[in-house]
Design a protein around this ligand. Structure first.
Ligand code: NAP
Length: 525
């Protein structure tokens, strides 16, 4: 990554001009203060914009460093499964990645470096888990686990959507004598070599872990309840020369990598037109299905293994894991695939749902996350005093633009229900959400009133999304973290353009306003 001197200078100039504006009485506004919960990708992106606009903020992070998902997931084989060229912040471009899908550690180093360059660490309260947020006296009051409290005009929950590990309540789990842990809580002291390791699950995590373990001196048994379609896309390595060149000349890196991606997208029916086939039925979708089927057949010649690994649902209904080497991995002699569920666990292994015993020295639960936990377990109380998690549990997710909630003024849930976590690179959607947060901040500074969407506006938003899901691949039948327990896809059924338009304007008529602790300051300006 380039030392971002130009970026720093630009930020400094923006701050100086904001200061001159205030001192010179050109626009004497009190900026609202912002509390950000979570110092992962979204939190960092927002912090950058707030710094640039000289908006005061504080960040709370429950862990001891930044990075979110990339800090937590350190299992062997983890790598970025979208193209790295689309995974950097516009304000901190990076194209000198080692691979098109770089290892997770490289992504974490990048996030750490960005936070350091922004001097964010001085602003973040590490090891500080926010347990409760309350709208009180026209502002948010936050309390942390250790009883520290803080107030802010705006509250942004940037807590990530794949954060709360989910381990099913397998009978006998407590009896197992060996190491056992969730994929996102990898025991870094555990050495798989010489061991019999059971991996439960075949999502992106289970696939990457099995692939990595297959290359070690261990016996791997992967337990697969529902096989997945896999994208076997190659992971292109960037040469040293390319990396040095792209580090010196990010604009060149961007051009070359975007052109490469475009070429691949044009020639691969599985990616065609940015995966538009997932939104619309038709020949594009048929071609993609055919390509997935052919890929499976080409890689798995053994009919028994192929039948075991053939998914029961349509490609794309669940998120498609990417792995160039998984099909090869499961044909190595040290890998066994068991198709079926888990019946119960015992001290030295487990019984599968067919009643067969598997002796194991360690168990990895690659069993996914509670993707609908959003900000939980933090309790958030709005104007009516009602707790938001409970309100959503009993009444369904009431959300406006996947970001704001009626009765919870100046609250933002980054990547909330129906967010575009399925079809647009996360840094892009994050940047647009951040833009929306600042639009609300501008309104608050100008008018001294807090904003929350009306119930009608939130209902209309949810209805618009739900009624547009028909015909998309996500509306087909499968079991996935994309869906609620009732089987409803809780996703963004449109593309990038619609996303940009949706967050482009603040539609004042969609909001109710509330007294804000800023009111006095604004009245007296
Ligand atoms: P996941 O996709 O939700 O997969 C969970 C797996 O556990 C599924 O195979 C599921 O089987 C299985 N499972 C759950 N409960 C089970 C039970 N009671 N008995 C047997 N099997 C059970 O979780 P994930 O692999 O952690 O991936 C989640 C998401 O994280 C991915 O889709 C991706 O968005 C993200 N991710 C990204 C990367 C990356 O970029 N490199 C890496 C990892 C994860 P069923 O299908 O039968 O339920």
């Amino acid at each position: 990554m380039r030392p971002r001197r130009a970026e720093r200078l630009r930020r400094l100039l923006a701050q100086v001009s904001a200061h001159i504006g205030q001192e010179g009485n050109i626009m004497r506004k009190r900026q609202p203060s912002v509390a950000i919960v979570g110092a992962g990708l979204s939190g960092i992106a927002l912090a950058h914009t707030l710094l640039e606009r000289d908006i005061p903020f504080v960040m709370f992070e429950k862990a001891s460093e930044v990075g979110g998902t990339w800090r937590d997931n350190v299992y062997p084989g983890i790598c970025l499964d979208t193209a790295a060229a689309t995974y950097c912040f516009p304000f901190a471009e990076k194209y000198d990645w080692s691979l098109v899908h770089p290892p997770g550690g490289e992504v974490q180093d990048y996030l750490r470096e960005v936070a350091r360059d922004l001097r964010l660490n001085e602003r973040i309260r590490f090891n500080s888990e926010v347990t409760e947020c309350r709208w009180e006296g026209g502002q948010w009051e936050l309390t942390t686990k250790d009883g520290v409290s803080a107030t802010a005009d705006m509250l942004v929950m940037a807590t990530g959507f794949l954060r709360v590990p989910s381990i099913p309540a397998f009978t006998g789990r407590g009896d197992f004598r060996g190491p056992q842990f969730h994929s996102a809580e990898w025991n870094t002291g555990f050495d798989p070599n010489g061991k019999r390791v059971g991996v439960i699950g075949m999502g992106s995590s289970g696939i990457q872990i099995t692939g990595a373990l297959s290359q070690m001196d261990c016996q791997v048994t992967q337990f697969i309840r529902t096989p997945q379609w896999i994208h076997t896309r190659e992971n292109h390595q960037q040469s040293r020369l390319e990396r040095s060149l792209f580090k010196m000349l990010p604009a060149l890196g961007r051009r070359i990598q975007n052109a490469r991606e475009e070429k691949i997208r044009r020639s691969d029916p599985k990616l065609l037109k940015n995966g538009e086939w997932r939104r619309f039925p038709g020949p594009g979708r048929e071609a993609a299905f055919q390509a997935f089927r052919e890929d499976l057949e080409a890689h798995l010649k053994d009919p028994v293994l192929r039948a075991k690994m053939t998914p029961p649902d349509l490609p794309g209904c669940r998120r498609i894991p990417l792995s160039p080497g998984y099909y090869e991995a499961i044909q190595r002699p040290n890998v066994t695939i068991v198709r079926g569920g888990i019946d119960h666990i015992v001290e030295n292994g487990l019984y599968d749902s067919h009643g067969d015993f598997h002796g194991l020295d360690a168990i990895v639960y690659a069993t996914g996350f509670d993707a609908h936990a959003y900000f939980k377990p933090t309790k958030i109380f709005g104007v009516s005093g009602r707790e938001l998690g409970e309100r959503w549990t009993s009444g369904g997710p009431e959300i406006y633009r996947s970001l704001m909630v009626p009765d919870y003024p100046n609250l933002f849930v980054m990547h909330g229900p129906f967010a575009a976590i399925n079809n647009i690179p996360i840094p892009l959607t994050t940047a647009e959400m951040v833009g929306y947060v600042t639009k609300v901040a501008d309104y608050i500074a100008e008018h001294g009133r807090a904003l929350a969407p009306t119930v009608e506006a939130a209902k209309a938003y949810v209805h618009w999304i739900q009624s547009s899901m028909d015909g998309t691949i996500w509306a087909t039948d499968c079991h996935s973290w994309y869906k609620t327990a009732d089987g409803e896809a809780i996703l963004w059924p449109f593309g990038r353009q619609e996303h940009t338009a949706m967050l482009g304007e603040l539609e004042r008529a969609d909001f109710a306003d509330f007294p804000s602790a800023l009111s006095e300051a604004v009245r007296s300006r």
